[in-house]
Design a binder for this molecule. Structure first.
Ligand code: SAH
Length: 468
């Protein structure tokens, strides 16, 4: 019995090679001895957590230990499944008939877990691991998700559909919001709210909520902290890349905005990946976020109301056509010719306009969806009159919609020396496109008083009123 758990500290002091001998039923006293704690103390501890629920005396209480071993920092079950420490709850619980079954690992390893981040609620595999090790049936996950995604409950103690002890295990190991809010600013017209978040590793990112006059609401999410693309007109581009956001960090922006709008009696309708970062350079996380956003059992956003905007990473355009044919695609085109585009968007060196258009033709063929082209109107740069017919020719006959964005002067590499185009010139461009049968609109600038407009996200606070 005493050889139940063998824990050998490794020389580096970090990793442990541990093997649990036999699985089987052991008395609380045996387990307490191996763990170096008192029988009564362990007994009380287990009772307090609801692991032991009978009224037997400590001496007559038994625990069943499952099969597992720890191999170089990984946790391996007898069936070969390998989990990472970070995935594991501190106590791995299993229930069997009237006995609670559990495995309590060494205190050293518990300390390790104490310092590892919690599992995100969005992390389905991680959540399943917790349930497996808790000895709970997989259907619990559906109950948890219904409470979280459908009933908007973020406090596990309110999850009345699941047992009490599981609620407390979830509170201890599961995180429903990884981002902390640094500031919230709302524009003077109340239409736009910019939220500055800090990630757990203290990277700053921003999201923007827009309340359109029509009643429609849109959330603009970030997918990276900073951005490596270095487009000269964009404030985010000046920061360089700090990190890719995890899918969970993207979803937590949505969770927060949904709650803000819900409190106002509104519902979040559209999600656009037009915040900080280039979605196609963080495709894995962006695509898992989209899968979860549009999952019918979760938030059930309509794919059509999710828009991904890219500066034109060609291979990923083909990929998204295959993976998400319903999701809307926006292209930051900004110039119809290589020369002008190269000067303002370095990405054009790698993916010139012709390659971009080829991939978009394939995209349209595969999805039958209209592509949105964003076109920034910078006086004297992208609004030169000879560019209008070139843009019209480029898009003639293509399934396209152009969105003109008046340049928001900001902190980009380009600096403050440039101005947005006049209304008159934008209208000229629109007329030229119209003659070629290409529909277009002008994007109404929102939130520029709080630096929340396109291309202004650079974690700068402004003078406007700050709510939090
Ligand atoms: N990296 C992606 C997502 C960012 S979307 C992309 O490039 O599409 C942000 C949109 O705002 C892009 O179309 C971007 O080109 C545009 N934008 C950036 N800076 C701007 C500025 N100063 N004024 C107006 N629009 C800007």
């Amino acid at each position: 019995m005493t050889a139940l758990i063998t824990i050998t500290p490794r020389e580096d002091g970090q990793l442990w090679t541990t093997s649990l001998g036999t699985s089987g039923t052991y008395s609380v006293g045996d387990v307490a001895r191996v763990l170096g704690t008192g029988q009564n103390r362990l007994f009380k501890f287990l009772k307090a957590r609801g692991i032991l629920r009978s009224d037997r005396t400590p001496r007559r209480e038994y625990l069943r230990l499952g099969y597992f071993r720890i191999v170089r920092g990984e946790y391996q079950r007898a069936d070969g499944i390998v989990c990472e420490y970070a995935r594991l709850p501190k106590f791995i619980l299993q229930k069997e008939t009237s006995f609670a079954i559990f495995v309590l690992l060494s205190r050293e390893i518990m300390m390790h877990w104490n310092t590892t981040p919690k599992t995100s609620i969005h992390d389905e595999a991680g959540m399943r691991d917790i349930l497996v090790w808790a000895g709970e049936k997989p259907y619990r996950l559906a109950q948890i998700y219904a409470e979280f995604y459908k009933n908007n409950k973020t406090d596990f103690s309110e999850y009345t559909t699941i047992p009490l002890w599981l609620r407390s295990a979830l509170s201890e190991h599961v995180d429903t919001q990884s981002l902390s809010v640094e500031t919230i600013q709302t524009s003077d017209d109340d239409q736009t709210t910019k939220i500055l978040f800090a990630t757990t590793d203290d990277k700053k990112i921003e999201s923007v909520i827009m309340r359109h006059l029509s009643g429609r609401t849109t959330l603009c999410v970030s997918c990276q902290a900073g951005c490596p693309m270095a487009c000269v007109f964009c404030a985010t581009g000046k920061l360089g890349l700090e990190k890719n956001l995890s899918a969970w960090e993207i979803l937590d922006q949505v969770a927060f905005a949904k709650e803000v709008l819900r409190e106002e009696g509104r519902e979040l309708r559209n999600i656009v990946f037009m915040g900080m970062g280039e979605p196609f350079l963080n495709y894995a996380n962006v695509s898992s976020a989209i899968r979860i956003l549009t999952d019918q059992k979760k938030w059930d956003f309509s794919s059509r109301r999710v828009t991904v905007s890219t500066c034109g990473i060609v291979p990923k355009i083909r990929e998204i056509a295959r993976d998400f044919p319903q999701v809307s695609l926006a292209i930051s085109l900004h110039a119809p010719d290589d020369e002008t585009r190269r000067a303002i968007m370095p990405v054009n060196h790698t993916y010139p306009v012709a390659d971009l258009m080829d991939s978009l033709d394939e995209y349209v063929q595969m999805t039958n969806k209209r592509v949105f082209y964003e076109y920034i109107m910078i006086a004297g740069v992208t609004d030169r009159l000879e560019l209008a017919p070139m843009l019209a020719e480029l898009l003639r006959g293509r399934l396209a919609h152009v969105n003109f964005i008046p340049y928001n002067p900001g902190e980009g590499i380009m600096g403050r020396g440039h101005r947005p185009s006049s209304r008159l010139i934008i209208e000229k461009f629109q007329r030229t496109l119209e003659r070629a049968g290409v529909p277009s609109t002008v994007r109404h600038t929102m939130g520029d008083d709080i630096a929340a407009a396109c291309g202004q996200l650079a974690r700068k606070e402004t003078m406007s009123r700050t709510l939090a």
